[in-house]
Every structure is written in structure tokens, then in C-alpha cells.
Ligand binder design. Structure first.
Ligand code: NDP
Length: 487
């Protein structure tokens, strides 16, 4: 597949880096080079920030309705190009073409449409003080830096840029170096939709490029998606200039299945929560707690359906499981599988690399289930970011809540029960930013998204996102003259 959008995009122009340095973008399915990508250094980041600052001053003067119109036009363009962009995303991430039209392109479009729609409805407050009054204005922050992970590159670029732009900010975005293509494609979409030059810039590179963004004096806010450890570094470096931060980090989320659950539904959810996108999803419910009385039935149905999953070429519409993002990441995931096999957990299915034919060229692993797991095992405590499910059993609600919450993370959680009061009681008690009841991993753009504890700070999506891309200014207006203490 010929790939077009491989440059950086700064101030409305496609460009190489000042140094002329590049890095390789590799296809995880066959190890071939897709393209060489320019590597942004400090001067490129600086150029992007300067351009963004210039453009933002003008953009903030547009009416919110005018800004919203551009975003909605961009949403339309994403939809008109869904097939091409979905193929690009599948090529870059290895995620099956079954997934990317809906989970990436349509969800990105929905995000642009949503923030394009609510832009004109953002309001301040008014307060009557009798001899005076005050009102608050919601003002943009200025230049926002967006730094993305490699699992959902287009969606992450949309989730960050749409609320930023809707509220009058500009953005400099760095996709993960493993997946540079679709954020760059988004820049072309924005341009075609009429977004003025400089408002959405894409720079490419590794940690050093990200750090140049987080340290830059001209950047007011950093919205970061990635590992918890990297998030802490980013926050540390943003502290030097007291930038605002949004942190969307990792997780080790619990999915709790009570004895009265619809077992087929719970199995579906557990599979979606562990094997969709090869398990490379931050919210995945990788600790599946099953009531001991239904464990056997649950595991048998789960094993049967998991073993039917079709691995293969991400571009084949029948493929359900593609390769992991890279050979290096595959080694990490295989390492966890070995840890699981060496522990007292029982391997139900999978547990190794998937090989044979074309699979030998890429980074495929078998969807894997361990049962009989205990809370202290490495596979149960650490984020694996691959298709590895740990099944644990429990006997009562208090016990499972204590164990489900016994993690440094708090991104998401799920529960399956037909008992209405239990559902709400447990949802309230789970320490997580998002809880799904009788479902898993559904993230409508209307619903705030983000983690608690070690999984993050701030929220994306929904009206909540507006809070994190604006600052309040209070304006006090005197009606009766200055109450002066001096003659
Ligand atoms: P990383 O933390 O490795 O990288 C994330 C981004 O940060 C990349 O663009 C990376 O660049 C960049 N980066 C790395 N070091 C620095 C630094 N010192 N300063 C600034 N930027 C830096 O995460 P992954 O890309 O490996 O993504 C997987 C992780 O992301 C998982 O933990 C997953 O749970 C989490 N995630 C969280 C989501 C959420 O919404 N909560 C959603 C999706 C993923 P480079 O490209 O060179 O690596």
C-alpha cells in the first residue's frame, strides 16, 4: 500500500525536520518498512509552537459557532474517507480492518462532530452581589501539546484536538513513533475542512521530541496518553513551567462476574475486554473475577469461543486478531505468558507465539487465558497490553470488591449481574474512572473518560473535557463605587 502522509505538518505545510533525520515506520504484520518519517528536534518543535501561538490568537477571536462548523466539516470528511483511513490505521497499528472503520474513523468523526456541536453552547456563570455582579469567562489555554500512544493513534489525536480546537486553543500533536500515519492524515483532513494554518501541527519522534514539547515555555497544557511511568516523567517535566496536564495512563482493570449474570453475555464482554485490538487497550478488564459457583461453566464457554478466533492478515476482513504492535512488544507479552506458565495458574488456552505461514513474519501471539490465578501473580498485577486474560474466583461481594480495588491503577472496571441494587452498589464501590454495568469497553464520546489513582488525571470526552481545555476568568463589575478605607 502506497502511503502518502509521512511528513510533519507545521503551520499548514508538509515538511521534513530541520536536521533531515528520519526514522523507520515498520509494518508489524510483516516487518517491512512502510515509510521513513522525519524526526523532529527542538527547532522543529519550537517552530510548531510558534506557529500555533500565532494562529491561536486569531482563532480565539472566531465565534465558537464558526469554530464548531470547521470541526463538523472535518467529521464529514473523515466519514467520506473512511475506507482509506481505516486501511491506513490497520497498516500502521496491525489492528484488523474489521475494527478500524468503526472503532477509529467513525469514533474520531463522532468526536469532532460532538465538540463541533457543543462549541457554541459553552457558557460562563453569572452571580448577583447586589451592589455589584460578577461573571466568569471560559477562556482558551493557548497552545496545547498532545502526546499519543500507539494503540489508537487517530482516535487519540481526535480526542485531544477536537475539544482543544473547539474551545479556541491550538495544538501541537506528537503521535507515538510506532504509529505516525493517521494523526498526519488528520492534519490533512483539518486543512481540507478549512482549519487555518498553524492550529493543528503534527511533529514526529521519540521521547526527546515529546520532552521538547513538555518543557517548551510556549506550551500551556500537555494532554498525554501512555504508560503510567512515562506519564510521571511528563508531569515532572511539565511542572518546570507549571503547565496544566491531562494524564490518560494504563490500567489493570477488574471485570466482576456475579453468579446471577447472563453467562454468555459475560463471556462476550470478557473476550471484548481482553482480545479486541489484540488486547492493546488501556481499559481492558484483564483481571476477570468470576463467582466460584459458575467458574467451570464460564471457562468452558470462554475457551471454546476464544479458540475460534481467527488470526491473520489485518487487511483480511475475516481476521479478528492481528499482530502486536512490534516484535519488541511481542517479546514483553511472551515474557508475561512464560511467567504465567511458571506460576501456579492453569493455562486454559494460548500461552505462546502464533506461528505458521505469514504469521512467522509478524508479531502474533495466541489469545491466552490463565485460570486459577491469585492476586499476587505478576500477570495479575502488571499491565501486559496484550491478549492475556487472568481469571480469578471469589465467594462474596465484599471480598471481590476488596481484591478488585487492590491495585495502584483505577482506569476502568466492569460488572455483570441481574441484581439492580447490587449493580449500583458495586459500581459505586469500585475505584475506577469508568465502570461498565453488563457491558465492557464501550466509550461513547458523550461520556467522560479517564482514570483515578495511578491511571490518570483529568477527563477526556463529554462536557467534562471542556473543563480541561479552558480556564475560568472571573470578572467583577462594581455598580455603586469604590468602598475606600482611606480619606
Ligand atoms: P508510552 O508511555 O511509551 O508512550 C506514549 C507517548 O509518549 C509516545 O508518543 C512516546 O513517544 C511519548 N514519550 C515517551 N517518553 C516521553 C517523555 N519522556 N516525554 C514526553 N513524551 C514521551 O506508551 P505507549 O505508546 O507504549 O502506549 C501504551 C500505554 O498507553 C499503555 O500503558 C496504555 O495503557 C496507555 N494508554 C492509555 C490510554 C488512556 O486513555 N488511559 C489509552 C491508550 C493507551 P514514542 O513514540 O517514542 O514512544
Amino acid at each position: 500500500m502506497q502511503v502518502e502522509y509521512t511528513k510533519m505538518f507545521i503551520d499548514g505545510s508538509w515538511c521534513d525536520s530541520d536536521s533531515g533525520e528520519t526514522f523507520e515506520n515498520i509494518n508489524a504484520a510483516n516487518g517491512e518498512t512502510i515509510a521513513r518519517i522525519p524526526l523532529a528536534g527542538h527547532s522543529d518543535v519550537d517552530r510548531a509552537v510558534q506557529a500555533a501561538a500565532r494562529a491561536q490568537r486569531e482563532w480565539a477571536r472566531w465565534t465558537p459557532a464558526e469554530r464548531g462548523r470547521v470541526l463538523r466539516r472535518a467529521a464529514q470528511l473523515l466519514r467520506e474517507n473512511v475506507e482509506e483511513i481505516a486501511r491506513l490505521e490497520s497498516l500502521d497499528t496491525g489492528r484488523p480492518i474489521q475494527e478500524t472503520p468503526e472503532a477509529d474513523v467513525e469514533s474520531g468523526a463522532a468526536c469532532l462532530e460532538y465538540f463541533g456541536g457543543i462549541a457554541a453552547g459553552i457558557e460562563g456563570e453569572y452571580g448577583d452581589l447586589s451592589r455589584a455582579f460578577y461573571y466568569t469567562r471560559r477562556e482558551p489555554l493557548g497552545v496545547c501539546a498532545g502526546i499519543g500512544a500507539w494503540n489508537y493513534p487517530l482516535q487519540i489525536a481526535c480526542w485531544k484536538s477536537a475539544p482543544a480546537l473547539a474551545t479556541g486553543n491550538a495544538m501541537v500533536f506528537k503521535p507515538a513513533e510506532l504509529t505516525p500515519l493517521t494523526a498526519t492524515r488528520l492534519a490533512a483532513i483539518y486543512r481540507e475542512a478549512g482549519l487555518p494554518d498553524g492550529l493543528f501541527n503534527v511533529v514526529h519522534g521519540f521521547a526527546e521530541t515529546g520532552q521538547a514539547m513538555t518543557e517548551h515555555h510556549g506550551v500551556a497544557k500537555v494532554s498525554f496518553t501512555g504508560e503510567a511511568g512515562t506519564g510521571k516523567k511528563v508531569m515532572g517535566s511539565a511542572a518546570g513551567t507549571l503547565k496544566q496536564v491531562t494524564m490518560e495512563l494504563g490500567g489493570k482493570s477488574p471485570l466482576v462476574i456475579f453468579a446471577d449474570a447472563n453467562i454468555d453475555e459475560a463471556v462476550s464482554a470478557a473476550m471484548m475486554a481482553n482480545f479486541y485490538s489484540q488486547g492493546e487497550i488501556c481499559t481492558n478488564g484483564t483481571r476477570v473475577f468470576v463467582d466460584a459457583s459458575i467458574e467451570e461453566e464460564f471457562l468452558e464457554r470462554l475457551r471454546q469461543r476464544t479458540e475460534k478466533l481467527k488470526l491473520g492478515d489485518p487487511m483480511n476482513p475475516d481476521t479478528q486478531v492481528g499482530p502486536l504492535i512490534s516484535k519488541e512488544h511481542m517479546e514483553v507479552v511472551l515474557g508475561y505468558m512464560e511467567d504465567g506458565k511458571a506460576s501456579s495458574a492453569r493455562l486454559v488456552t494460548g500461552g505462546e507465539r502464533a506461528t505458521g505461514g505469514e504469521l512467522d513474519k509478524g508479531a502474533w501471539v495466541l489469545p491466552t487465558i490463565f485460570a486459577g490465578c491469585s492476586d499476587d501473580m505478576e500477570i495479575v498485577r502488571e499491565e501486559i497490553f496484550g491478549p492475556v486474560m487472568s481469571v480469578l474466583t471469589f465467594d462474596d461481594e465484599d471480598e471481590v470488591l476488596r481484591r478488585a480495588n487492590d491495585t495502584e491503577y483505577g482506569l476502568a472496571a466492569g460488572l455483570f449481574t441481574r441484581d439492580l441494587t447490587r449493580a449500583h452498589r458495586v459500581a459505586a464501590a469500585l475505584q475506577a474512572g469508568v465502570v461498565w454495568v453488563n457491558s465492557y469497553n464501550v466509550t461513547p464520546i458523550e461520556m467522560p473518560f479517564g482514570g483515578v489513582k495511578g491511571s490518570g488525571i483529568g477527563r477526556e470526552n463529554g462536557h467534562a473535557a471542556i473543563e480541561f481545555y479552558t480556564q475560568r476568568k472571573s470578572v467583577y463589575v462594581e455598580l455603586e463605587g469604590v468602598d475606600c478605607a482611606y480619606d
